[in-house]
Design a protein around this ligand. Structure first.
Ligand code: CTP
Length: 402
């Protein structure tokens, strides 16, 4: 049985949360409800207790339940905030934890779906929109409110999305959370550094943000992730970090483990050349400008393409400043990979946002517009997950519903 944690915040649409609680029960979910103090002005906890057959809570300090917020946070397969008031969106965006519901949200690792409902002007207010963008960039699914008649008598955007729509988001979030369970996925991230001497190196502008977002999203979907990275890393129990610095170290980290992988995603910007003879001691200015002879590094992805098992999904990135699709296509062929994620090198590197085109041998698979790399990672995994070879018998592998 799947378990939902239903959070209800203060607003006229709070009564519709009861409808969701009832639907969840009909569809076989165990539902625990947490209401904010303001929500109880609109609807009684008892309504949810009657509908879910579980206690509905408001108080973080109820006697006899000292770590209630942690228990609730761990129990949930998915958290739904219905309706989410403007104030609660702001609280979530800042990470405040001053009541039971906000504390549970900070403590949970389950996917969170938020369905806002409010007056049109409050919804459109830049403060609210900034909060929504921040929540989305953290991987929280904010269900777009609908256009329609509002409680205040106005007509406009801000009506709670339909209960069926919100339910579909919960199903999808739950499906995604288990979509990659049992899968072994390696992601490489960041720019390699090729030493000239102990303090200087040849590097590039890659920040590792895209690779880290892909690793985190895969872990959130249940995969066992190895993240080979040249820079700091996101923390998640499903991510094993393998720190590397040079192309050669990245090559051995990847190639040593290649056979055990369901997918290799090469998001790293691997240096193409390295100094032939890095100096063991710091080069002194007084000895004049050094001549640094370079030699090619190993093309890790191309080597993986030669050694790959046919059932390991191989995904490369193509960073280009011109002729994006043509160059990406030729890398796809030359490196024997299944998919290439093509992006503009100049605008993608170091940025928080990115836009990509995904190609396979038949042409363009998807064109994902400019968005936060964290969101983009979710869009990429929606596609990549469907390209994995079928999981072996008995291994959990959940496909996303529509
Ligand atoms: N790559 C790699 N090893 C290298 C160079 C690149 O594994 N020595 C991988 C990257 O991680 C990426 C893909 O190959 O997934 C394409 O990298 P990119 O820098 O776009 O292209 P290059 O192959 O280096 O070619 P060029 O620099 O000429 O565009």
């Amino acid at each position: 049985m799947r378990t939902a944690l239903l959070g209800v915040t203060g607003g006229i649409a709070a009564y519709k949360a009861a409808e969701l609680a009832s639907l969840l029960r009909k569809r076989g979910w165990e539902t625990h409800t947490v209401l904010t103090a303001n929500a109880t002005r609109f609807i009684a906890p008892l309504t949810f207790e009657g509908l879910t057959h579980q206690p509905a809570r408001v108080d973080a300090f109820a006697p006899g339940e000292p770590i209630l917020h942690i228990d609730l946070a761990r129990k949930a397969d998915v958290v739904a905030i219905v309706p989410a008031s403007a104030d609660f969106l702001a609280k979530m965006s800042c990470g405040l934890a001053d009541d039971l519901l906000s504390t549970v949200i900070l403590a949970t690792t389950a996917p969170v779906v938020v369905a806002p409902a409010m007056n049109t002007e409050m919804w459109r207010n830049p403060a609210t929109q900034d909060n929504v963008a921040r929540l989305r960039s953290r991987g929280i699914d904010v269900v777009q409110p609908e256009d329609g008649e509002l409680a205040c008598g106005e007509v406009g955007e801000g009506r709670l999305a339909s209960i069926e729509t919100i339910y579909a988001h919960l199903e999808a979030a739950c499906g995604r959370a288990r979509q990659l369970s049992g899968r072994r996925i390696m992601v490489t991230a960041g720019g390699t550094r090729e030493p000239i001497d102990p303090v200087r190196y040849i590097g590039n502008r890659s920040s590792g943000k895209m690779g880290h977002a892909l690793a985190l999203e895969a872990a959130r979907r249940g995969a066992q992730v190895s993240l080979v990275t040249t820079t700091g890393a996101p923390s998640h129990p499903g991510i094993q970090v393998i720190p590397v610095e040079t192309a050669a170290q990245m090559a051995s980290a990847v190639l040593d483990r290649l056979d055990s992988l369901d997918a290799l995603i090469m998001a790293a910007a691997v240096a193409d050349w390295r100094p032939v003879r890095p100096s063991p001691s710091k080069l002194k200015k007084s000895t004049g400008a050094p001549e640094v002879a370079l030699e090619p590094t190993m093309d890790v992805l191309a080597e993986a393409g030669r050694r790959r098992r046919p059932d390991t999904l191989l995904v490369g990135f193509a960073a280009e400043t011109d002729d994006l699709l043509a160059h990406a296509r030729s890398k796809l062929e030359a490196k024997n990979v299944d998919l290439i994620v093509a992006n503009d090198a100049a605008s993608a590197m170091e940025a928080d946002d990115n836009a990509v085109v995904i190609l396979d041998r038949n042409g363009v698979v998807a064109d994902l517009p400019l968005q936060a790399k964290t969101r983009l990672a979710a869009g990429l995994w929606d596609i990549l997950a469907s390209r994995l070879s079928p999981a072996p018998e008995g291994q959990a592998h959940v496909r996303l519903g529509s």
